[in-house]
Design a protein around this ligand. Structure first.
Ligand code: GDP
Ligand code: IMO
Ligand code: MG
Length: 421
């Protein structure tokens, strides 16, 4: 049995915290897509830690963690992350497995990402510059090197062949930075990775499922950044939605049971691209300040706005979400008025659907107003104690989406989560 947990907005919904909270219920946590563009924040022993590639179950001794074939993996980032995890006394070699089909991010992928963004000028995606797009292009272009290849004695030759190909592209893009330092780090990190549990991920995970183990597939990014269904071209390069779990881990669709969708009580986006409910005023500033909305991977300020039910309903549909987790509800504690977007006005016409080419349209959000609760909820642990105004806000979301908020997160701490009836 496999449950899926993924983000329903533009990323940073708080997936890391929630996976860490759920981890004791699962035998295996698996990442199925994305790479070091992700930044999943958890608090362990009151200390903040940001995971980029390692699944968020790593701090639970009994939980196995798998980096699946759908991920693009940067050995340099992995090595650094392993060192951080080890500083918490965790023996990552015991509980971390990597699929041999996982594609590698090379130093030249990072260079190509940078060169491509420079060439796009004002139309840049706002990529995290971790090499994600170029690495996935080499996967679908059938050039990539994969984790299993590092065990091949011809790995360096294969690397040089691909590197030369990349060099031609970089030359044509006028990219002339010296990346020899990156390459040195890369080969050191590849050596480090050779000592890992490198497995055939699809047999590994299916054997676990057959023997009755429970699996949680941990999404990265968010549904609105999905390469097919997101706000293209301002998206990431993988399928972030639940369908990506099957191709990203090698499991059949009927093995998937719950699809747990995570949404903030409001909305944020980092990088360029459409964001209908974005607030450019002091309310947006206040959300950023109270929510500490700065990117976990790049430190960039996140764009902030009201919750968008049109986009959430769309995400619920394409993912088959069965239950919702609402995070950062406490960030709204001091707002006296709240707004919820229920439809989009485009060319004078009101519609509650996500259009095909959001990036080219002028979208005006249509809001319904709600009273704020003006109370500190961070110390509460029971749904019945939540302020009435908050119950009304949550109930409205449940009804609009036809999916229930089952958990409300009221602070970044592991224990700050409330089960809704
Ligand atoms: P992810 O990428 O989806 O894992 O999310 P990030 O870690 O990038 O961003 C979420 C941020 O919100 C992190 O700084 C978390 O510590 C924090 N966070 C998560 N849940 C809550 C919550 O309920 N309340 C508050 N105030 N912060 C939260
Ligand atoms: P987590 O898992 C928020 C955004 C980037 C950029 C676009 C493409 O922490 O939620 P990429 O580097 O993938 O080519 O960038 O996607 N982006 C994210 N935004 N959270 C993330 O991950 C993101 N990963 C990528 O800002 O707009
Ligand atoms: Mg994040």
């Amino acid at each position: 049995m496999v449950d899926v947990l993924l983000g329903l907005q533009w990323g940073d919904e708080g997936k890391g915290k929630i996976v860490d909270y759920f981890a004791p219920r699962y035998d295996l946590i698996a990442r199925f897509q994305g790479g070091p563009n992700a930044g999943h924040t958890l608090y362990v022993q009151q200390k903040k830690i940001v995971l980029h590639q390692i699944p968020s179950g790593i701090f639970h001794e009994k939980t196995i963690n798998l980096i699946g074939n759908g991920v693009v993996l940067d050995p340099v980032v992995l090595k650094k992350e392993c060192e951080t995890v080890a500083s918490f006394g965790i023996d990552y070699r015991k509980n971390l497995f990597i699929s041999e089909r996982t594609n590698l991010i090379l130093p030249t992928h990072r260079a190509l990402d940078k060169a491509s963004e420079v060439l796009k000028g004002n139309e840049k995606i706002g990529s995290t510059l971790k090499g994600i797009g170029p690495a996935y292009m080499d996967k679908t272009g059938r050039n990539a090197l994969r984790v299993g290849d590092i065990l091949d004695k011809n790995f360096t030759t294969q690397y040089i062949r691909l590197r030369l190909k990349h060099q031609k592209l970089l030359d044509s893009m006028n990219f002339h930075e010296d990346i020899s330092g990156w390459e040195e780090e890369f080969f050191e990190a590849v050596d480090f990775m050779r000592g890992f549990n490198i497995v055939n991920g699809e047999y590994f995970i299916n054997e676990k499922i057959t023997s009755g183990k429970t699996v949680l597939a941990e999404g990265a990014q968010g549904s609105m950044l999905d390469v097919d269904f997101g706000t293209f071209p301002y998206v990431t390069s993988s399928n972030t939605i639940s369908a990506g779990v099957c191709t990203g881990l090698g499991i059949a669709p009927q093995k998937i049971k719950e699809v747990i969708g995570v949404t903030k009580a409001y909305c944020t986006r980092v990088g360029s691209g459409p964001f209908p409910t974005e607030l450019h005023d002091e309310t947006g500033e206040l959300l950023r300040k109270l929510g500490h909305e700065f990117g976990a991977t790049t430190g960039r300020p996140r764009r902030c706005g009201w919750i968008d039910l049109v986009a959430l309903k769309f995400a619920g549909m394409i993912n088959g979400v069965t239950q919702l987790v609402m995070t950062k509800a406490d960030v709204l504690d001091s707002f006296s008025d709240l707004k919820i977007c229920e439809s989009y006005k485009i060319d004078g016409e009101e519609k509650a659907e996500v259009p095909y080419q959001m990036a080219k349209l002028e979208i005006e959000p249509v809001y319904r107003s709600f009273a704020g609760w003006n109370a500190d909820i961070t110390g509460l642990s029971s749904f019945k104690d939540l302020p009435e105004a908050m119950k009304i806000y949550v109930n409205h979301i449940n009804q609009y989406l036809g999916i229930k908020v089952k958990y409300i997160s009221n602070g970044p701490g592991r224990e700050q989560i409330i089960l809704a009836p």
